[in-house]
Structures are given as C-alpha cells and as structure tokens.
Design a protein around this ligand. Structure first.
Ligand SMILES: Nc1nc2c(ncn2[C@@H]2O[C@H](COP(=O)(O)OP(=O)(O)OP(=O)(O)O)[C@@H](O)[C@H]2O)c(=O)[nH]1
Length: 319
C-alpha cells in the first residue's frame, strides 16, 4: 500500500494558512483529504473556517500547540485514522502561528510507526508580506518556520509595497536559500503545483544541493544562517555517525536542519543525509559516477552557527 502524503502548512499568525488550506481543498478536487487543524488555546476557531470538507475528515487539536504536545494528541489521531482504515489519500496539517514545525517533521521522518503509513510531502510556510519584515526581527519562531519549509508563499501582497516585497524576498532567500518562493494574494495558488511534490524524499536532496551551486554562504541580520561544507576527502562512517548524533543532541536548540550528500570511505554509492533537529535520516543514493565526482556536500541551517568549529570537526572525521 502506498504511503499517504502529508503536507504541513505553517506560517506566523494570520499569514493566510487557513485561506491556503481552503484553496488547496478547492483546487485538488480529486483528492480525499483529511485535515488536522491545530490552534493554540481552548477553542478551535480555525476548524470552523475550513470549508468543503466533511466533518468526519476534519480533526481538531486544541489542547495547546502541536509542536509541544504532538506526541500525544496528534499521534492518537494518526493512530485512529490507521486503525479505523479511514479512507483518504492526502493529509493536510495546519499548525498554529506560533508553532515551530520541526518536531512535527521529525516525527514523520523518523518515527517508525508514522513513517510506515505516512510520507512527508511538503512543508509550506505562509509569509505575511505586510508584516514579516518586522516580525522577522522579533519572532524567532517565524525564522524557524521559514528555515524549515520547502515552499514559501508570500501572501497579502495587496497590503505591501513593491519595496517591502523585494526586501522580504531577499530576507527569505538569506534564511532559506533553496525554498521555492511564490507571491500571492488571498493565498490564491490556482496555477501552482503544491501537492505531491515530495520535497522530503531523499532523492530530492540532490536537487536541493544542486540549487546551492555557485551560491555564497549567508550571514545576515536575522539569527538564522546557513552554510555548505564541501570536501572530496571521504568520511569515516563510524566517526561521522557518532559525531553527527552527538552534535545534533548537543545543539538541538540551534541546528534546525542538516541536508547532505556524503562520500563515505569504501561505499560505492552516495549516502543521502537529512536531519530535522535531532532526528537523522540516512539513505543510500545513486552510485558515484567517477572518482572526481566524489564530493561530500553538507548544508547546515541554524542559529548562530559556529562555522569554523563545525568545519574543523568535519575535517577530522575524514579518512
Ligand atoms: N488583504 C488580504 N487579506 C488576506 C489575505 N489572505 C488572507 N487574508 C485575510 O487575513 C485573515 C487571516 O487569514 P487566515 O487564512 O485565517 O490566516 P491564518 O494564518 O490561518 O491565521 P491564524 O490561524 O490566526 O494564524 C483573514 O481575515 C483573511 O481573509 C490577502 O492576501 N490579503
């Protein structure tokens, strides 16, 4: 049985998440959606705003924030969907505006029970064109939402000047250089392909890394940075695995995302690596074509990255 794709919709308060959700349901008429709505607070108002979906396909989580109590309520909903053999072929999750979606992603990438049934398709972050330039300076969580997404939708462009939109565009590229960026009003995505993109499929990491070619590292006014480590010296598998595990545990608050293609000593194939917070996923990719090809590339996205120390560590892990 094929896995059910999961699209996570994130974005800061009021950016247009529910509007997008409704537009997706309208656009993809042939899909049988289940929607999980999460709102911070006692009352779940957002679920009231979701249209064109039957009650039995709409689930509300309102006991706090999905990123904090995910392991109970969301797990129960997912488990129940599986147990009851609920008929659906796409899961849409809307997080609260103050949620860091990292923990949700991590579960879909690494929890064996969830992974067996569901596959992360995409993380879409709505960005409020009118307010985000300011919010980026004050709201850490917005930086995280942007850093972790694969698609950024700059919404409410009707409320922002061209100058503000340009500035936002460059801010977004600094935080997340590889995400697709779309501009919309009323979260109108009629002409855009947003579902079944499988942005988290390990094979798509190739694309992610190729899109970084020729790009310089970024350091900017926000606290989120990224840099790409490249080396033709092969990594020692044991040393690398041990280091990465410890490194992510130790820096769980500051390293949000790691993606890479690894050249491992004695291994003929590329090893594709990705992590969300402390959860690591490594899979075997295509064989290297030539020896010259064999270059590891690892991208780190996080807060106040100590590039020199990370690079020094990585070099010591090579054979
Ligand atoms: N002017 C304007 N208003 C918009 C646009 N997109 C959404 N809105 C309005 O902005 C408000 C918030 O939109 P939602 O889609 O509910 O945003 P949200 O991100 O789900 O909001 P929260 O769940 O509260 O975080 C609603 O009143 C929308 O009608 C837009 O492009 N332009």
């Amino acid at each position: 049985m094929s896995k059910i794709p999961v699209t996570v919709i994130t974005g800061f308060l009021g950016a247009g998440k529910t509007s997008l959700l409704n537009n997706l349901i309208k656009k993809y008429k042939n899909k049988k959606f289940v929607v999980i709505e999460n709102e911070f607070g006692e009352e779940n108002i957002d679920s009231e705003l979701v249209t064109n979906i039957k009650d039995q396909n709409l689930f509300e989580l309102s006991n706090g924030c999905i990123c904090c109590n995910l392991n109970t309520e969301l797990f129960l909903v997912l488990e129940n969907l599986i147990k009851t053999n609920h008929k659906f072929n796409h899961l849409l999750i809307e997080t609260t505006g103050i949620a860091d979606p990292g923990n949700i992603l991590a579960s879909f990438i690494s929890d064996p029970g969830i992974k067996a049934k569901f596959e992360l398709d995409s993380v879409i972050c709505l960005v409020d064109a009118a307010n985000a330039n300011q919010d980026l300076k004050n709201e850490e969580v917005l930086n995280k939402q942007i850093a972790i997404a694969d698609t950024l939708i700059v919404n409410k462009i009707d409320l922002a000047t061209d100058e503000a939109i340009d500035k936002l565009n460059s801010n977004l590229k600094e935080i997340n250089p590889t995400a697709n960026i779309y501009k919309t009003s009323q979260s109108d995505i009629k002409d855009k392909q947003l579902l079944d993109v499988y942005a988290y499929n390990p094979q798509n990491i190739y694309q992610f890394l190729f899109s970084l070619e020729g790009q310089t590292d970024t350091k900017h006014e926000h606290s989120i940075e990224n840099f790409c480590f490249k080396s033709k010296r092969p990594f020692n598998q044991l040393k690398f695995g041990g280091w990465l595990d410890a490194f992510l545990q130790f820096n769980s608050d500051t390293i949000y995302r790691v993606k890479g293609i690894l050249n491992i000593s004695g291994v003929e194939n590329r090893i594709l690596l990705q992590s969300v917070h402390t959860q690591i996923q490594a899979t075997v990719g295509r064989p290297w074509t030539t020896d010259e090809d064999k270059e590891s590339k690892i991208v780190f996205i996080g807060k106040t990255l100590n590039r020199e120390v990370i690079e020094k560590n990585l070099i010591e892990l090579c054979d």
